[in-house]
Write a protein that binds this ligand. Sequence first.
Ligand code: NAP
Length: 285
Amino acid sequence: MAQIIDGKQVSASVKQEVKDEAAKLREEKGLKVGLAVVIVGNNPASRVYVNNKKKACEAVGFQSFEYALDENTTQEQLLDLVNVLNRDDRVNGILVQLPLPKHIDEKTVIDAISPEKDVDAFHPVNVGRIMIGDYAFLPCTPAGVMRLIASTGTKIAGKQCVVIGRSNIVGKPMAMLLLHESGTVTVCHSKTKNLKEICLGADILVVAVGRANFVTGDMVKEGAVVIDVGMNRLDDGKLCGDVEFESAEKKASYITPVPGGVGPMTIAMLMKNTLTAAKQQNGLA
Ligand code: NAP
């Protein structure tokens, strides 16, 4: 039976580290870390994410600046706001909550954020830096996964790592981070053949597909570390991962639950990126 990787506990320790360092910056340098969160429209899920980010800022002692814009905000108005925030010294990190309404081009908006304040690490400059292994910010979810793997004491070097999913926010950067740690990485997607066989070879299996209970125990190698990034809302309102927990935990050595696994890590890593941004902008990192 697998040991459960407690994302709440690991994320609490990341937030505590950030809080301690933010307090030190305030006391020793008079510097208050600030994160601007921009939300456009009334998407209820986005609203929940934004509120959670604001709460996390309060918990670690950051200032948060919320900009809740009307659904009808034009792309130009949003770009104007991003430009103002790029120049605002109180703001160390800028996060534009996705998805944006259909009339706004997400890529244009992400490209407009100053790479130094792009704490989501979605700007092409930051994406490129992740590719060459010279990065300031790690994309929050994959960075959270790396921290969870580290918490198990598992060494990645030389291990067979399988990532299911190749999105720009999760799968691709995830594969790159595992590669930088010298894992032997296979990336699977919807056109992959023999998925089960590939998964059965994985010492570390990271699943980011977006389909409830997609990976079952018979696809998991005995003793594997299984990380479930999936967050799927079932008809009864319950949150469910991409991995069938009951069957997979019988095979894995370590496994993340959903909820309480990767989810809490994402916000903790966002706080860490914002702290890093503040230090860099003030010549302290
Ligand atoms: P996405 O953009 O929809 O990507 C899903 C990936 O899964 C795609 O690369 C797709 O392949 C692949 N896929 C789909 N069906 C497949 C199949 N039958 N076999 C193999 N691969 C298949 O999703 P995402 O943004 O990466 O998110 C993935 C999941 O993680 C979602 O449940 C999301 O809610 C969750 N998530 C959680 C967090 C967190 O903080 N915990 C953060 C972000 C995302 P193709 O490229 O070939 O289409």
